[in-house]
Design a protein around this ligand. Sequence first.
Ligand code: FDA
Length: 450
Amino acid sequence: MAVVETDVVVIGAGAAGLMCAAHAGARGRRVLVLDHANKAGKKILMSGGGNCNFTNLYTEPANFLSENAHFCKSALARYTQWDFIALVNKHRVPYHEKKLGQLFCDNRSIDILKMLLAECEAVGATVQLNTSVEKIECIALEASPSAEGGQVAEGGAALAAIGGDPPVESAESTNRSKAAKADKRAKAAAPAAPPNDGYLLQTSTGPVRCKSLVIATGGLSIPTMGATGFGYEVARQFGHRLLPTRAGLVPFTITDQLKELCTELSGTSVDCLVSCNGKSFRENILFTHRGLSGPAILQISSYWHPGQAVEINLLPDRSVPDWLAQQRQDRPNAELKTILGEVFTKKMAQLLCEQWFESKPIKQYTHAELESIADKLSAWQLVPAGTEGYRTAEVTLGGVDTREVSSKTMESLKSPGLYFIGEVLDVTGHLGGFNFQWAWASAYAAAQFV
Ligand code: FDA
């Protein structure tokens, strides 16, 4: 079978892959995007409850988890939320801010997917679906029929660019220069990556040869949508370290005596402050038949490790001991159930009084009892049994260790011409459009160098 020759192969036609293809194509590169799924951008389509929360107005590095906290800074600074908003405006996609800087499509998520596909089409980037990649080989320079002359010089130039100075950047470059220093340290520590003449892929539709190979296959969440560990396997093949993966932005399951409370209150949502491992989120929690969900729970799940307790303040806007003492003074004959029914739903107040506290007129509680009630309401400690796992998780934490990837180019420090972008990397955003912004920014960074 004839070998298809192209400049860039992107594996994964998701958020990062399509974005990278469009920008690399705009630089005049011949780009082929391969995906094993029958549709591009399936996660874009299901995102944001069908309305795609495509970025966040307040994106900053603090919104991301990674073992290498500086890594994301450079890319996020070079392709910002404002750049993506400009693209959305160019395509006249209507959107609105829902809350906390989260931008959602007014219509359906397909607007974002259509926009990315239109960008790819405009620059001649080809998206080929239903194609699996069976084998990837690095083409050694000496094995290449074109090992002399133009192509080698081009490869050499690319390598020089990777080690060179940052592209035109200005004042806010402190963070980026930290990241650049970290890159240099990683490069110094890593054995010199052998030069190559690109990659040869055996695919289900035949062999493909490319100069640059971009891995944009995402994480492990929602396997039914085409998620696989393929990107991690490629990373391993080329000698990359992988950080342990786990489900993030995911509901908790509860199996102990609290399960009954969760089941009874299923569908009830409460504005709370949820904390774990020194991190807190103020948002709603949602009781479910199997445990707890809602934005505050999804956020904290990314910081939680099995066996740890999560603390929930059910009344974050008040000093609960003072409030209860005031109630005791102002209306001594009011029952606790009645008082709690004024700040929670009647059903929740009733259940709390059945399962946690005994309900009686507030004057009948001792100070110690009121303190204990206040403690439970403002610092409820619970140990989740686990999470719902990749089946429902929005993201995968961990993945390709970014200490072996250039923060400027997203290129592997182990194998020249190999790039990792998007969720496959150990960079995970908070809930609220941050994960897509990372997909756009990391894709753009790589697209300038592939
Ligand atoms: P993405 O998963 O988008 O793409 C990977 C692509 O690789 C897929 O097309 C897949 O088919 C392909 N692929 C995988 N294995 C392959 C293989 N072996 N061979 C070939 N192709 C392969 N984020 C956000 O910011 N706002 C939001 O509103 C939401 N909402 C949301 C809802 C739900 C239900 C989920 C599961 C996730 C979100 N997210 C989100 C997270 C967001 O979807 C995610 O972070 C990005 O899609 C990651 O982009 P990537 O391109 O890295 O992977």
